[in-house]
Design a protein around this ligand. Sequence first.
Ligand code: ZN
Length: 264
Amino acid sequence: MPQHPTDRLKIADIAGFDRFTANGKLSPARATVNAALIGNPRGSYGKDCQPVESAAIKALMVTRNVGPFSVTGLSPAVSALTAVMAEVRTTHPDLHDRLGTAGMLCCRLVRGSATAVSNHSWGLAVDLTIDKELDTRGDGFVQRGLLDLWPIFNRHGFYWGIAFPTEDSMHFEASDQMIHRWAAEGAFGAQSGKTIPGALTVGDRGPRVLALQRALNAALAPARIDEDGIFGPMTRLALIDFQRANGLAPDGLANGTLQKRLGI
Ligand SMILES: [Zn+2]
C-alpha cells in the first residue's frame, strides 16, 4: 500500500520509538521562564485566543511567509521555523508543499487546564496541518509526515508535543534551551537577563511535573492529584502538605532541595 503523509500510525506500535524520549536533551518551554525572560503577554488567560496586551511583547511578533505558509509568532521562533522549512523543502519537497498551520500566536490556557498558560501565548509554538488535516491531540496516533519532520525540528531546537503527557503530535515549540539562548543573545530586549526561576511551580508542565506528581502521590498515599503533567492548584496544595509534613517552608515551590527529598 502506498504510504501517505496523512496516514495515521499508532504511536505505541512504532518500532524503536519512545515518545517520552523522542526529544533527547531538549526540554519543553516553561511558562515561568518565558514570563521571566520574555515578559507576560497578558494579565489573564481563558480557553480561547485573546490578543497580546503587552506593547513590548507585541513588538517582538512578526508575520512572515516561512515557506509553505504564513504565520504570526515570536520573531526568533519564526526565524527558526523558516530554517526548519527550508530544510524540509530540500529533504521532503512533497511533504513541504502539503504543510499548513493552525497557528502560532494564541494567548490562552493549555487545553483542559484552568491554570497552565499555553506556550502559544508567546508565539513560540506552531501547530501543523498536512493536506489541511490536523492530527488529533491525545488519540495515541500520529500522522506519518510528522515523524519525518520531528528530527528536523529537533535539530533546530524545537520540542515535539508528542512527548507531552497528553500527546500533541501536531505541536512543535521552541525548547526551553532555545528560549535561554535567545535571551542570552538579547533577542527579548529589556526583558533579557532577569532572574530565572529554577523551582517548578504553578503553570509549569511536562515530564518533570509528572515526576513530581507521581512522587507526591506516592508520598501522600492515598494518591490525591491527577498525574497529568500540569502543575495546577491541586498539585500546589499537595506539595504544601508535603512540605508541612516534612518541616519545610510551605511555599508551594518544588526547588532542588524538595525534588531531592522526593527522590526525583
Ligand atoms: Zn499547539
